[in-house]
Design a binder for this molecule. Sequence first.
Ligand SMILES: Cc1cc2nc3c(=O)[nH]c(=O)nc-3n(C[C@H](O)[C@H](O)[C@H](O)COP(=O)(O)O)c2cc1C
Length: 173
Amino acid sequence: MKDKSIAPTMRERIMREDDFIVSKTDPKGIITYCNPIFIEFSGYAEDELLGTQHNIIRHPDMPRAAFKLAWDTIQAGREFFAYVKNMSKDGGFYWVFTHITPDFGPRGDIVGYTSVRRCPKREALDKVAPVYQQMLAAETAAGARDAIAAGTGVLVGLLKQTGMSYEELVFSL
Ligand SMILES: Cc1cc2nc3c(=O)[nH]c(=O)nc-3n(C[C@H](O)[C@H](O)[C@H](O)COP(=O)(O)O)c2cc1C
């Protein structure tokens, strides 16, 4: 379970060019595998990660609507790309560029998910961070019940403004 007592700090860990942070989950998102680099960046031991949800590394700066979009996409059987700010066990943070894919069983059913995270482009983060800030501000102002709709509204507005799809926007950064 997520330890809500962890206070976020300004300590940043920066992914190296050739790092891949990998994890696998069951269909509910319970972690079934993580690689040594996941352990290094998250600061958790393998036995603290296996059997838990990825929200153990959720950073409070991330808007809820971003995860809603992620889950809607992968549960529909599609791949999902995003820049994500994660939180380590000591409260520090690390940015990743993530790719999440559904894993299909022999009958085409989703048997789990795999995430591979690479080093994000710094110039992309300069653009993504303010968007997440706006989404989060809208979510906070809307209150818990309407948060996801409010955060999604900010993102949809931005997509309309740019005339791009979500994926086009992510890859344009
Ligand atoms: C394969 C996979 C990888 C994920 N990776 C992350 C991650 O790196 N960071 C994160 O905060 N959430 C990740 N999530 C999303 C979490 O399941 C969860 O939706 C998110 O942390 C928000 O949690 P909350 O709604 O309990 O706040 C991942 C989900 C899946 C299926």
